[in-house]
Design a protein around this ligand. Structure first.
Ligand code: G
Ligand code: G
Ligand code: MN
Ligand code: NA
Length: 251
């Protein structure tokens, strides 16, 4: 397929492909704690392509390893030159299945000079479910080295409490489909969000609400004890130059 070879070229030459960064804020809605790296690909002909689409292609065609490595390297290289406390990178379940993933991350950290504590890896619940030996060892090794392990899209998958107990996780990100429920004014909807936050607190892990779009959502989330906020209300994903003009990040 054509897209496949074009993606390969983009990764090799670094043309048309880039990362944008969405800041993640403390509960005050002002202090920037870190940022999530999000890949963007501007196709010569078709324009901006949806990441979910070309990431799926990369996964199907055996290119996710190369793409994922590029993302990790690019995000770490960027973060080292900034005052960002940490950068979070989305990782495909297929990347984690590769023996050698933890070593790859370690060598990227060494190469770029970024402290492991300044990198967070966002995984999805399917990774915990699958729980192969390679995956479990990679997560344990990464965490041992100081890299943060974040459970993305929390609540949408099959995660059971036993998975959470078995795997060492540093942070839960409440999926935006739950955050959206806070506008319903329906008590049972907000009870779900409250339960997810209480769960994180009980497990002594950090909790981020993603997809925060309204002041009402923010007020409710903070009232429920949510530690971190991410979403269009606070900031959309930004180009690097824009990100670095934000308070606390500009030099
Ligand atoms: O940025 P946006 O909402 O368009 O991203 C759509 C989806 O693509 C999200 O699920 C997000 O996690 C995923 N995504 C964005 N950037 C990356 C990346 O660098 N690697 C992987 N594996 N997924 C990404
Ligand atoms: O699956 P993941 O959580 O990694 O997806 C992150 C995606 O969510 C990014 O593509 C980003 O563009 C998108 N996003 C970020 N903030 C908001 C928001 O407030 N509302 C919506 N609908 N999407 C958001
Ligand atoms: Mn994410
Ligand atoms: Na998510």
């Amino acid at each position: 397929r054509k897209v496949e070879s074009e993606l390969r070229n983009a990764l090799n030459g670094g043309t048309g492909i880039k990362l944008v960064y969405q800041p993640i804020f403390a509960a005050d809605g002002k202090t920037i704690l870190g940022a999530e790296a999000l890949i963007r690909w501007a196709h010569e002909v078709h324009g901006a392509l949806p990441p979910a689409q070309f990431i799926a292609i990369a996964e199907e065609r055996g290119m996710i390893g190369q793409l994922g490595k590029w993302v990790l390297h690019e995000a770490c290289r960027f973060a080292i030159g900034t005052r960002l406390p940490w950068v979070a990178v989305n990782v495909s379940p297929l990347q984690l299945r590769d023996f050698g993933f933890a070593e790859q991350v370690a060598s990227i950290l060494t190469e770029t000079g970024l402290a492991p504590e300044r990198l967070q890896i966002e995984i999805t619940e399917s990774v915990l479910l699958e729980s192969s030996n390679a995956t479990r060892m990679a997560l344990a090794a990464l965490r041992q080295s100081g890299v943060g392990i974040v459970l993305d899209d929390f609540g949408t998958g099959y995660s059971s409490l036993s998975y959470l107990r078995r795997h060492a996780i540093d942070k839960l990100k409440i999926d935006r489909s739950f955050v959206r429920l806070l506008d319903d004014g329906d008590g049972s909807s907000s009870a779900i969000v409250r339960a997810l936050i209480d769960l994180a607190v009980a497990l002594k892990v950090e909790v981020t609400a993603e997809g925060v779009e309204t002041e009402e959502q923010k007020v409710q989330l903070v009232g429920m004890g949510c530690h971190q906020l991410q979403g269009y209300l606070l900031s959309p994903p930004l180009e690097t130059t824009q990100l670095l003009t934000l308070p606390g990040l500009s030099s």
